[in-house]
Write a protein that binds this ligand. Structure first.
Ligand SMILES: [Zn+2]
Length: 350
């Protein structure tokens, strides 16, 4: 009997070893990561028409088979809770308890992060989250997008592009759920979104469908057939604990839903779907005076902000085009004509 048991143990050990041996390594950028390993390194973006840069990434490769989840922070470099949330996830995820793999992009837009710029990369003045899938021979933002598309998004089965209110934006938490019209895909993406645990969900119907002109980071995944969402938590260049923790818990919720980590998923029970939404822009250049706060409910016609000239004379008013919720409002004075002032979204009837 003892001999039989020990033979069984040996057999189990051999099967486990063989199956682990058969699990493939995962290669991302400069990293080749075996199951059970964690590795970090830099994707190098060489100098071309303009300066080069580096993208810090981590790959956590689980011991059991499962999906690959891509998590990208720092497409906008002045948005800090996403960057801090991914450092916490890196420290907290154990590959010996993980199924599948997680690819963390710690800071997608390093020039914007170190240069402390809102919206754009300080080298080419382009918004990284408007140039996907990028160009191999383009300017720095386009080369970053190209590398992330091919090294991270195309290697992932699911993707989360993690944002917050930029340095000038007072934002309440919400996420963008893409709606493609493809029923099965949309249902899969909706379940993925609900598992993140944020209850304010913007239905996003107007995204590109051409994979070669996807423009946005998460749309680059969607146009390649991968469920993806964009999440927003945090505001005004701050690093408040609640916003960071919401992102960490959200990512862990997704991993539970995908059975990558132990634990029961806790999807949102009563989502507030928001549809349509509109980003209001400034008709003038000068000083912005916000008249509402993030999360406020507004009626059609509610004054959202005024714009004055540099001496105090009112140049323009920005009003809500319909009744809804203020998801974000710009809350610092500088404003240029055409820049966003606020985003309002209508609550969709159940
Ligand atoms: Zn952003």
């Amino acid at each position: 009997m003892i001999r039989k048991v020990s033979s069984l143990v040996l057999l189990c050990f051999l099967i486990t070893t063989v199956s682990r041996g058969q699990m493939k390594t995962l290669s991302v950028g400069p990293l080749t990561v075996a199951p059970g390993q964690v590795a970090s390194g830099m994707i190098e973006i060489p100098a071309a028409a303009d300066a080069g840069t580096r993208i810090p990434i981590t790959v956590i490769h689980g011991v059991r088979p499962g999906p690959v989840l891509g998590l990208i922070a720092g497409n906008h470099g002045y948005e800090y809770p996403p960057v801090l949330a991914l450092q916490r996830l890196r420290a907290g995820l154990n590959p010996s308890e993980l199924a599948g793999a997680v690819i963390l992009v710690h800071v997608a837009n390093m020039p914007s992060f170190l240069g402390r710029t809102i919206y754009t990369n300080p080298v080419d003045r382009k918004n990284l989250n408007r140039v996907y899938p990028g160009r191999k021979d383009g300017t720095i933002s386009e080369r970053i997008a190209f590398a992330l598309t091919h090294e991270v998004i195309e290697r992932s089965d699911y993707l989360v592009d993690i944002h917050c209110g930029d340095g000038n934006e007072s934002l309440r938490p919400y996420l963008y759920l893409p709606v493609t019209g493809r029923t099965d895909f949309d249902a899969k993406t909706r379940d993925f979104a609900l598992a993140f645990g944020m209850d304010h969900i913007v239905l996003d119907r107007e995204r590109p469908t051409d994979p070669q002109a996807s423009i946005y980071c998460s749309t680059t995944a969607v146009t390649r057939g991968k469920p993806a969402i964009t999440v927003e938590s945090g505001y005004l260049g701050g690093i408040d604990e609640v916003s960071i923790d919401r992102l960490v818990r959200g990512c862990l919720g997704l991993m539970k839903q995908l059975q990558m980590v132990p634990g029961a998923p806790e999807p949102v029970q009563f989502p507030v779907y928001l549809d349509p939404y509109e980003v209001l822009t400034s008709p003038a250049t000068g000083l912005l005076y916000p008249k509402v706060e993030r999360g406020h409910s507004v009626a059609k016609g509610t004054l959202l902000a005024t714009v004055t000239d540099f001496f105090g004379k009112i140049l323009a008013e920005v009003r809500s085009p319909f009744a809804g919720i203020v998801l974000y409002v710009v809350a610092t004075p500088p404003i240029s004509q055409g820049e966003p002032v606020a985003m309002v979204a209508a609550v969709k009837a159940p």
